[in-house]
Design a protein around this ligand. Sequence first.
Ligand SMILES: Cc1cc2nc3c(=O)[nH]c(=O)nc-3n(C[C@H](O)[C@H](O)[C@H](O)COP(=O)(O)OP(=O)(O)OC[C@H]3O[C@@H](n4cnc5c(N)ncnc54)[C@H](O)[C@@H]3O)c2cc1C
Length: 300
Amino acid sequence: MDQHVDILIIGQGPAGLSAAIYTARAGMNTLILGCAPKVAGDYAIDNYFGFTETISGRELIDRGRIQAAKFGAEIRCERVLTIHALENGRFEAVTEAGKVCAEAVILATGVSRVRPNIPDLAQFEGKGVSYCVSCDGFFVRGKPVLVVGEGNFAANQALELLQYTPHVTLCTQGKEASMNPDFRHRLEKAGIAIITRTIQALEGEKFLERARLDDGTTLEVAGLFVALGEASSSDFAYTLGLARNGVFLEADCEQRTNVPGVFAAGDCVGRFLQISVAVGEGAIAARSAIDYVKNRRKQP
Ligand SMILES: Cc1cc2nc3c(=O)[nH]c(=O)nc-3n(C[C@H](O)[C@H](O)[C@H](O)COP(=O)(O)OP(=O)(O)OC[C@H]3O[C@@H](n4cnc5c(N)ncnc54)[C@H](O)[C@@H]3O)c2cc1C
């Protein structure tokens, strides 16, 4: 499904839901993409303002979801696979179900980067190991590459790599392949093999040349693209050109990132990883995003 919204919020945790309450109340067409956050379980939340009796994470998130929806925000449990800036200043997110175009984006994705446990991975970062197909795919033109990951995100990265090279293999690093049937079909049609072995070593003189698997075989590879789990704020930072501090996004006191129209709030900014902070930052990000969209509308 292709959809156009004023404000796309990625993340259905305290930061994203809080932002949506403000943007939707301000009359912005608001879409939240993301599924239940980690905290939405049977965890006792004792330190959130106004709740004198312990509330469970699940109930707090449910309440936030109901409140955001009450003001008109649309909420879907749908993962964003990648996001790009368009020439017209808008943003296009590719999700598991289609595309969403937005005037402004609020990233509220929490912290979730999953790094594979491969020895020497860090040694080859920037020398063949990459976290961003659209940044580094160009450097492996026509060469054999591996994508490490098991889900829809990895499948999408593997398919994107076909723009640069036909020699793409997906390695699940010992996990069960969990991409949806549509992605599985597209991988098959494109001739992208899925191997479920574990990479045990990376080798190369200066740049990555080989990956050694747990069955003793070796694959000649010039590139290894990490795409475990789901896309994280770091992955979105790569494609959007966002400034980062390690795994965290940089945002100013108005929750603006260095890219106009992109805002970040909550754990993905990495200040004080608490619900109250995420809720506050979500509100500020919403105000900044509302101002941004209104200003854009004024421009001829
Ligand atoms: C078990 C547990 C107990 C905790 N207890 C407390 C406590 O008692 N008090 C307290 O203040 N804090 C507590 N915390 C910390 C608190 O939960 C976090 O600080 C808070 O949830 C951060 O909110 P957030 O919205 O920034 O991110 P999160 O709550 O992590 O939400 C991230 C959202 O982003 C979505 N997302 C990520 N990637 C994608 C993608 N590619 N596409 C679409 N959506 C995506 C996820 O699905 C999720 O909806 C606890 C955390 C945990 C895990």
